[in-house]
Structure formats: C-alpha cells, structure tokens
Design a binder for this molecule. Structure first.
Ligand code: UDP
Length: 403
C-alpha cells in the first residue's frame, strides 16, 4: 500500500510527483541514521515516521542506536542542558565518560551507509569512522547560546562532517562546514495525528478517568525541567481562579533521562490533592496522545527552552488553539495572534489561556489558521523533499566556499 499516495488529498499530486522525481536521483543510496535512543522524544518520533517513507521512495534508510550506560546518559543530559545555555558543571570526568562510551560504540557499531546521518551530540564522535562516505550532523537542539566548554568539545568533531543541519536559522552558529536549515515535520497519517472517531477519543478519556464536564487544558511533554511542567500547573492555577477547568499533564519518560523521576515528584507535589489535575504517564502510546490532544480545549507548551517542539505542530494540525512559549522552534510554528498565542511568562500564558477559553470563536480561528500553517510548512512531504535535496547536495559540494 502506498502511503505517499494517501498524501495526495492532503498536499496535492504535484508535491508527490516532485518527491518521486528527486528520489529517482538517489536510487540505491543507503542512508544510515544513528541516534541514542529507540524510544521517547522528538528525534525518535521523526525517525519513526521518516524511514518508511524514504523506503517507499526506494532510498535504503536504516536506523541504528548507540549503546551507553546511565553514566553516559547523565553526561549527555548535562550536554543537552548546557547546549541550551543552562548552567551545568561539565567536568573532565564527564568528557572522559563520553569518550569511553564513544570508543566502545566506535568498536561495535557497523558503519555501512553511503550517507551517515548522525542525530544530536550523543553519537557525534563516530565521525572517526568516516571514509569516503558522506556524513551529516543533524543538530535538533538550539545551540545559539551554548555553554562554551561543551561547544568547544563538540567542535573537535563537527568540522569533520560534510554538512550540518539545524531546525531553524536562529539555532545555528558559524561553522566551517556547509549548513542546512530544515525544520522537522509531522505525519498526518500516523496514529499520533490521524483523524479519530468520537468513540475512540471518549474511550481514551474514560481509560484515564478524565471527565469532560469542564474545559481541558493540556500539555504533553516529557517530564523535563525545560518543559516547565511546574510552570504549567502555575498557569492552570491562575486560570482556575476565573474559569473552572481541568489540567492534563501527560508525558512518558525518554529512555535516557535520569532527571525525569525527580521532576515528576516535584510536579506531583505542586499538584497536591487537586482532583482536576491529571498527571499521566503514557510512554509510547500514540493513539492516546492523539486523543488527549483532540479532546483538549487549549494546548499549552510552556517550555523554557525548546528544540523544534513537535507537540505544537501536532496540536495545530488538529486545529487546536495553542498557547506556547516564545522559545526554540515554536515561533516558526506559531505566528502570534494568527496561528496561536505566544507567551513569555506564567502570567502571560494564563492570560492567553483565559482569552481563548472565554472566546471560542477566536480560539477556533487560531486553530484553523494553525492547521493551514502546518499543512504548508510542517508536513512530512516538505521534510522528505528537503532531506533528498540535502542528500543530493552532498554529491555536488565542489566549488562551495565556506565562510
Ligand atoms: N510524546 C509522546 N508521549 C509522551 C510525551 C511526548 O508520544 O508522553 C511525543 C510528542 O507527541 C512529540 C514528541 O514526543 O511527538 C516530543 O517532541 P518535542 O519536539 O515536542 O520535544 P522533545 O521531547 O524532543 O524535547
């Protein structure tokens, strides 16, 4: 069954024809993706949706995962926070742990791709295995203001890549390699985003004991401080003073995140005994995520820092009004007061949520505009095209002058 053809009613035939044309120039190329976790978070979400479509276009796409223990992932979590500019004490020991794990992955992992696509910093040191094949470093993080020490460390590896890819112009930094700006995307045909029947949505609400008698505000995110789940509760409490509502804070835990248990505890403590707050753990349940987004009256994404923030596009595609922080890739997805509302504080977010709940017509319009914005910019078809152009460019890099 051709899933790409199912896109025709959504984006139109010419876009699908373009993809097939480009794919024809890449036949037989093996693209090897490597990241650090098979579950959880936006990167795995993107790989899960991207790979089957590349296969359908007859580009051989594979996905390998590096191995690392708790210590390694504690270090890479520190890296992640430090790249986002958070204060983290990166020690020489941390760098040693990173290199030791990288060495064992270098020894164990088979590199067979014509194009090797390295996602994020965790597998970055694998570049030592570069031969005549092409290597891309795909950075999903906003590294515009990183902690210098961790950036200097990564710069030992980045210049050896053929190209680097960032999600947005504002995320990147001057580099001695060719840079591409490619935002991620969502797949409207996936379980996470496809249309659901009323019965399915109600069934999911019932499963979690969620009542629909009051407006529902929802944030779906890993329990990570940078997603500010405690801030979300503060927003809800401010709204609740004026509008009786319920809050859903739903998130699984990414396999690599040692902090999440502690964050979850802080969230539970702040929620106290409020029966209108639902804290749900739903790792890897796409239909449930989809249903919760669709059942909601307002979607929040109150992140303090963000990569692209896929959850925003997911919600907008469902024509939901979204209130989200002006960080990372969120302003690409939300044009303020047109396709959602951007906020910069708890008070600002609470004000916007109230505004949307008090004015359903305004909320409906925001959601509709958001859906069209996602249709034009953040669906998988645009992403596939950008990636294929990127792959082709690797074979046409001569005569490029780097600044
Ligand atoms: N997600 C999920 N279950 C959860 C929490 C998040 O499936 O319990 C998904 C969410 O729908 C989105 C991805 O994980 O597709 C998170 O991507 P995003 O870019 O928003 O944030 P990241 O986790 O990569 O920082």
């Amino acid at each position: 069954m051709s899933r790409l053809n199912e896109y025709i009613p959504i984006v139109g035939q010419p876009i699908i024809d373009d993809l097939k044309l480009l794919a024809g120039k890449l036949q037989g190329k093996v693209v090897q993706n490597i990241n650090y976790t098979p579950v959880g978070g936006g990167v795995t979400e993107i790989l899960n949706i991207m790979i089957p479509y590349l296969q359908e276009l007859v580009i051989i796409a594979r996905w390998d995962v590096i191995k690392g223990g708790d210590k390694f992932f504690a270090v890479t979590k520190k890296f992640h926070n430090a790249l986002h500019g958070r204060a983290e004490n990166i020690t020489e020991d941390d760098l040693k742990i990173f290199m030791q794990t990288s060495q064992s992955n270098l020894a164990e992992l088979d590199i067979y791709g014509d194009i090797v696509f390295i996602h994020d910093p965790q597998p970055i040191a694998l570049i030592a295995k570069k031969t005549s094949n092409k290597w891309i470093w795909r950075c999903h993080v906003d590294v515009s203001e990183p902690q210098q020490k961790v950036w200097d460390f990564l710069m030992e590896f980045i210049p050896r890549y053929d190209s680097a890819v960032f999600s947005a112009p504002s995320f990147s930094r001057p580099l001695p390699v060719r840079q591409f700006l490619i935002p991620p995307s969502i797949d409207p045909l996936s379980d996470k985003n496809k249309e659901l029947s009323r019965e399915t949505i109600d069934g999911v609400l019932k499963k979690y004991g969620i009542l629909k008698d009051k407006p529902l505000i929802t944030q779906i995110s890993r329990f990570d401080r940078l997603k500010d789940p405690v801030g979300v509760i503060e927003v809800y409490k401010r709204v609740k003073k004026y509008i009786d509502c319920r809050l859903i804070l739903a998130g699984g835990t990414a396999a690599d995140d040692p902090e999440s248990v502690q964050v979850l505890e802080e969230v539970r403590e702040r929620a106290g005994k409020d029966k209108d707050i639902y804290i749900l753990l739903l790792p890897q349940n796409d239909i449930d995520v989809n249903a919760l987004q669709r059942a909601s009256d307002v979607i929040l994404q109150k992140s303090l820092r963000e990569g692209f923030g896929l959850t925003v596009s997911e919600a907008l595609w469902k024509a939901k009004p979204v209130v989200a922080s002006h960080v990372g890739g969120i302003p690409l997805q939300i044009k303020n007061k047109y396709s959602g509302l951007l906020c910069r504080s708890i008070d600002g977010a609470a004000f916007s949520v109230k505004q949307l709940l008090n004015n359903p017509e305004y909320a409906r319009k925001m959601g509709e505009n958001g859906r069209e914005h996602v249709r034009n910019n953040f669906l998988l078809t645009r992403h596939l095209k950008d990636y294929m152009l990127l792959f082709l460019s690797l074979y046409h890099a001569e005569d490029v002058v780097y600044l």
